[in-house]
Design a protein around this ligand. Structure first.
Ligand code: ASP
Length: 319
């Protein structure tokens, strides 16, 4: 990566079949991924912190209709949004997370506030919202997050449940998440993840995204990683930490460690999963085992690469 810094992101492994969205919509989703990369890159290129780059990239994806985080997030079984996010600083292992928030516009900012403005690592539900409000973050009505796409998805899943074929729902029907990882010019790593969980999730359910070591992990000199896929499995396998442990103790490379998690561990269990991860040299990997995964990174020569399915698209270069 240029100047040793780098950034990568994912927008969830619950990507739908290409035929289910128009080419104009796919193109717009790709543009939003590129915008998120640029937002993070601007900070890194200006000598800023990996942590700030991760937050900036995730805010762009939270504000996009295409991803299951912030605006456009999944609806739970009661037709409401309960959002989750976490962020971790690889330099200090400081971290923060929120779960079950309903009113904070950008949950990743609330996670960052928990990390920096409270003695806690995680806050949940209305307490987390109230804390975010006290910190001066933008607050919205829960209905702000609702989009037609998610209303339709919830109705389709409820129908499937009634018909007794809920198991046949596609990855895209079910879930999605956004995440970003970055390495700054000082070699510091950071990771963050934000999600609405999955459509029709039980009220009060908390997944892996706000759990440090499951959906998010960062440690300088090792890796920063954010996951997407069925959260319960990511928690059971301590997935994000498992990748770091493979690198630290088994001396696996970033590619070996992430492939082992996604293709061996989750592949064998037939669990749809994906991750984006970066090492201390700024190298990004983004393996997944589903039909597609929204993802992107910036190459050493400055090319911005994004993808939703197998094909990769170059979206210009950074200066
Ligand atoms: N990991 C998320 C969750 O279980 C969902 C996803 O990434 O698709 O809440």
């Amino acid at each position: 990566m240029a100047n040793g810094h780098g950034i990568g992101l994912h927008g969830g492994c619950g990507t739908q079949a290409q035929a289910l969205m128009s080419e104009a919509e796919w193109a717009e989703a790709r543009t939003h991924l590129a915008d998120a990369l640029r937002a993070g890159w601007r900070i890194l290129a200006g000598g800023g912190r990996a942590l700030d780059a991760v937050e900036a990239a995730i805010v762009v994806m939270e504000d996009s209709v295409y991803f299951n985080a912030g605006y456009g997030a999944a609806l739970n079984a009661s037709g409401a949004h309960e959002l989750e996010a976490s962020i971790m600083d690889g330099a200090t292992l400081a971290c923060g997370a929120v779960a079950g928030t309903k009113r904070v516009k950008n949950p990743i900012r609330a996670a960052r506030a928990v990390m920096e403005k409270s003695p806690s690592v995680m806050m949940a539900t209305s307490t987390a919202d109230a804390f975010a409000e006290r910190c001066g973050l933008d607050m919205v009505a829960n209905s702000y997050f609702t989009t037609e796409r998610r209303v339709k998805a919830l109705a389709a899943l409820r129908q499937r449940a009634k018909d007794g074929n809920a198991a046949a729902a596609t990855e895209a029907d079910k879930h999605g998440t956004v995440g970003a990882v970055a390495c700054d010019a000082n070699g510091h790593l950071a990771a963050g993840t934000s999600t609405g969980g999955f459509n029709n999730k039980p009220v009060g359910r908390i997944g892996d995204s706000p759990i440090i070591g499951a959906g998010t992990y960062a440690r300088d000199g090792v890796c920063a990683i954010s996951g997407t896929g069925q959260g319960e499995l990511f928690i059971r396998h301590a997935a994000a930490y498992d990748v770091a442990a493979r690198m630290m103790y088994a001396r696996q490379s970033l590619t070996q460690a992430t492939d082992a998690l996604v293709h061996e561990t989750f592949g064998a269990l037939k669990v749809g999963a994906g991750v984006v991860a970066i090492d201390g040299t700024g190298r990004v990997v983004a393996p997944y085992n589903t039909l597609g995964m929204y993802r992107g990174w910036i190459m050493a020569d400055g090319r911005i690469v994004v993808a939703t399915h197998a094909e990769e698209h170059v979206m210009g270069t950074v200066g």
